[in-house]
Design a protein around this ligand. Structure first.
Ligand code: ZN
Length: 326
């Protein structure tokens, strides 16, 4: 299996964030990546993983998903924030132009000069501390960061595949399977009115990002019927999760007839995860990999969440080993 990884991602290393009112160490830490990479490289199965550096596809692929003003903001945000006197730990918004904030003037928003003010314009929560590097993506939509995500990596890849027809000139169909503990509100939002890709998410029903992820969110217009949410209770076990995963694959993903599968892979479903966690154990992840293999499509796993460092590397590796039927 090919593993694409860059040390550039390690540059994203804010010191702390505010979680449920408490100042905590930043959960989206570089140690997550080093733990996963070390596990893939050192364990006996390392012969199965070929490490490669990602190639640069330029900004066009990103701009096919994200608004140009948002990307321009991200490019300069940290530098301007520091120049304006913001804390060097990273950009954290201090005011949001909430839709219920009736005095918000559209003209004023367009002409915002302050990078401190802009932070609230391009972010929906306090978790996106901008420094450098590139963290996960499924909470980011076309113009907003949030949930530790800035660029929606799965959405960018899906669009890149969809926009490049196969050798016979036929459009490629993509299915995105999101198995992170949290609902991928950004991916849902980006493709909500489109029938390609199909978006399927299994996630916690009563957790971040709180306002999305209901069964009734099925897509709209051309996209109606191509957005599938399966919200789950905290007590979800290995057995129940696997049953539901197999069911949605059989009933929704296989009939869709995709050419490619993208998996938004989060292992924050693990029972001891500090910001997530169903009742799932390390043993289940190989089984999940095998179930995904049963779809029999060319597959890309895109790393999303998973924050319990002691088992993070093993759980991720197990999904990939299961997929390879090892
Ligand atoms: Zn998550």
């Amino acid at each position: 299996m090919k593993v694409y990884y860059s040390d550039i991602c390690l540059k994203h290393a804010p010191k702390h964030e505010i979680l449920s009112g408490t100042l905590v160490d930043y959960v989206e830490s570089p140690s997550r990546l080093t733990t996963i990479v070390n596990q893939l490289q050192t364990q006996s199965s390392s012969k199965h993983f070929e490490f490669l550096s990602p190639s640069d596809h330029g900004l066009d692929a990103i701009l096919a998903i994200h608004d140009v003003d948002y990307i321009e903001y991200l490019k300069s945000a940290y530098k301007e924030w520091c120049e304006e006197g913001g804390n060097k730990n990273g950009v954290i918004p201090e005011a949001f132009p909430h839709s219920g904030f009736t005095s918000v003037s559209r003209g004023k928003i367009k002409n915002l000069k302050s990078s401190i003010a802009k932070a609230g314009l391009y972010c929906f929560d306090l978790s996106c501390c901008i420094t450098e590097g590139r963290p996960p993506g499924h909470h980011a939509n076309s113009k907003l960061s949030g949930g530790g995500c800035f660029l929606n990596n799965a959405a960018i890849t899906a669009k890149l595949l969809i926009n490049n027809p196969d050798s016979n000139g036929n459009a490629r169909k993509v299915a995105i399977l999101d198995i992170d503990y949290h609902h991928g509100n950004g991916t849902q939002d980006i493709f909500y009115s489109q029938s390609n890709p199909l978006y399927v998410s299994l996630h916690a029903s009563n957790d971040f990002p709180w306002f999305t992820g209901e069964v009734t969110e099925i897509g709209e217009g051309e996209g109606e019927g191509y957005n599938v949410n399966i919200p789950l209770p905290e007590e979800t076990s290995d057995e129940i999760y696997c049953e539901l995963l197999e069911k949605v694959i059989k009933e929704r993903i296989i009939p869709y007839g995709a050419n490619y599968l993208l998996v938004s892979l989060g292992v924050d479903t693990y029972k001891d995860d500090p910001i997530g966690g169903f009742q799932m154990t390390t043993d289940v992840y190989k089984r999940i990999g095998r179930i995904i293999k049963s779809i029999e499509l060319p597959t890309l796993f895109v790393m999303e969440g998973g924050y319990y460092l002691e088992t993070l590397g093993i759980n991720v590796t197990n999904v990939l080993l299961g997929f390879m039927d090892n």
